[in-house]
Design a protein around this ligand. Structure first.
Ligand code: NAD
Length: 477
């Protein structure tokens, strides 16, 4: 008997799915299955959508904002009380180092507290219209919002999607990635314990092809909040078009890390490995393309390789582990195909790229130089522990290369000349960028991508506003 939920949460009840298929949950550190989870059918998604609509209409949307805020603060408290359980489960299911998993669970609680507090700040406007009278806007909830999430940050991204949608007064149907549904189910359980009304948050694991598709096309769903690959994001946007459903899409990335010679580049070299190898490179914000000013290139690469080789790679349950296994065999093989392609193209693998001896989907972080801008490893999102470094001489030419990509999610600039750093930060075509640090994701600030990295913004007030419709009301004199 598991001490975590493995059924579908539909309208406040835990149910075995009616479908024959169940999701096998594997520990990436051992390659051993350790649980089976119900997989929702299209029919069950339909039941959940109806229950969500009923919960929305029968009280949730009209609940006084203070009461909604109190429930979300209660949920944050329940998450905090269960941080260790959530973290242990996430580590077992994703292979994430336990320290990271604890941080993410706690960050999830902070997200609920933030949006509980934000409820009192979701304001409309009064507008002095030309003909006089009184004109004002309301921000109203939409109804049922679908949240479809990926496997790399299962708990935290679920919180990013669910908290602003609930805070704005919507009901949510959450479909986690089929590889990693466990902590999303736990979030559903904690929401019950925090006394959220039945149907306000339902959690239905299942495949993208059946459960995800059914959710994205259900007529009661008004908005789809999606995080995942650009490929599936494109499908979601097309599916949403028929009903003009609202979408917010947080998609892939191929983010630059730009280091000028006038920077504290020793610090950049020491800190940059974790900007790409954290979460074993399975991070949409991974700084996987590095641009290093020519005059420091060789010394920088030496220090970067030394810092990479000093990382603690191994059992994610160990307190000191920094890099765990990849999520599954297929993702590891995909990364290896990029490394082999780079080698065949004549690039130099300066470190890693091989498998350690132990079982588990481990891959030693690969550092690649000698890459051309046309190489696959330079152009495509790898979503694994692989980084490419190129030297640059000229700022304008470097920026042209930086922006020569379909992605535009994140990035970093290192320079002690703040004017230059800000000039470059403004020119990089990405939704988020950090200067002299790799920290660029903050609960209170908007997060999302330019170009094919996405549409709309998670986090901050932007995410909550994007879970509302604006209504204009005019009162004649
Ligand atoms: P994915 O696109 O394969 O799956 C994401 C979700 O979509 C899963 O729940 C999946 O079941 C569902 N899905 C798949 N096909 C579907 C369909 N036809 N209709 C509806 N739903 C469907 O992504 P993944 O492999 O889980 O995650 C990795 C990707 O996510 C990477 O590209 C990464 O860059 C991206 N990502 C982006 C962000 C961001 O904030 N920009 C954050 C994390 C991950």
């Amino acid at each position: 008997m598991n001490d975590f939920p493995t059924q579908l949460l539909i309208n406040g009840t835990w149910l075995d799915g009616s479908g024959a298929k169940r999701l096998a949950i594997v520990n990436p550190a051992t390659e051993e299955p350790f649980a089976e989870v119900s997989s929702a059918t299209a029919d069950e998604i339909g039941q959940a959508a109806k229950a969500a609509q009923a919960a929305f209409e029968s009280g949730w949307r009209d609940l006084p904002p203070g009461q909604r805020a109190e429930m979300l603060h209660n949920l944050a408290k329940r998450i905090r009380e269960n941080t260790e359980n959530i973290a242990q489960l996430e580590t077992r299911n994703v292979g994430k180092p336990i320290g990271d998993a604890r941080w993410e669970a706690d960050a999830g609680a902070k997200v609920f507290d933030y949006y509980a507090g934000a409820i009192g700040h979701l304001c409309g406007q009064t507008i002095p219209v030309a003909r006089g009278g009184f004109d004002f806007t309301l921000r109203q909830p939409m109804g049922v919002i679908a949240a479809i999430t990926p496997w790399n940050f299962p708990f935290l991204i679920a919180c990013w999607k669910v908290a602003p949608a609930l805070a704005a007064g919507n009901a949510v149907v959450l479909k986690p990635a089929s590889l990693t549904p466990l902590t999303a189910l736990m979030l559903g359980q904690l929401a019950q314990e925090a006394d959220l009304p039945n149907g306000v948050l339902q959690v239905l694991p299942g495949s993208g092809a059946e459960a995800g598709h059914a959710l994205a096309t259900h007529p009661l769903v008004r908005k789809i909040g999606f995080t995942g690959s650009t490929e599936v994001g494109t499908t979601i946007m097309k599916l949403a078009a028929d009903d003009i459903k609202r979408v917010s899409l947080e998609l892939g990335g191929k983010s630059p890390n730009i280091v000028f010679a006038d920077a504290n580049w020793e610090r950049a070299a020491a800190e940059s490995p974790m900007s790409v190898f954290a979460n074993t490179g399975q991070d949409c914000c991974a700084r996987s393309r590095m641009f290093i000013e020519q005059s420091i290139f060789d010394r920088f690469v030496d220090q970067f390789v030394a810092a990479t080789e000093a990382l603690n790679i191994g059992d994610p349950g160990n307190e000191t582990t920094q890099v765990g296994p990849m999520i599954c065999a297929a993702q590891r093989e995909l990364s290896e195909s990029f490394i082999a392609g780079a080698r065949d193209a004549g690039c130099e693998i300066r470190s890693g790229g091989d498998r350690p001896d132990e079982s588990g989907f481990y891959l030693n972080p690969a550092v690649i130089t000698g890459v051309e801008t046309s190489d696959r490893a330079w152009r495509e999102e790898i979503f694994g522990p692989v980084v490419c470094l190129r030297p640059f001489n000229d700022e304008a030419e470097m920026l042209r290369e930086v922006n020569d990509t379909n992605f535009g999610l994140s990035g970093s600039v290192w320079s002690s000349n703040l004017s230059r750093a800000l000039r470059v930060a403004r020119r990089v075509e990405s939704g988020v960028i950090s200067v002299n640090t790799h920290s660029s994701v903050h609960t209170e600030a908007p997060f999302g991508g330019f170009k094919r990295s996405g549409l709309g913004r998670d986090l901050g007030m932007s995410a909550m506003e994007a879970c509302t419709e604006v209504k204009n009301i005019y009162v004649g004199e």
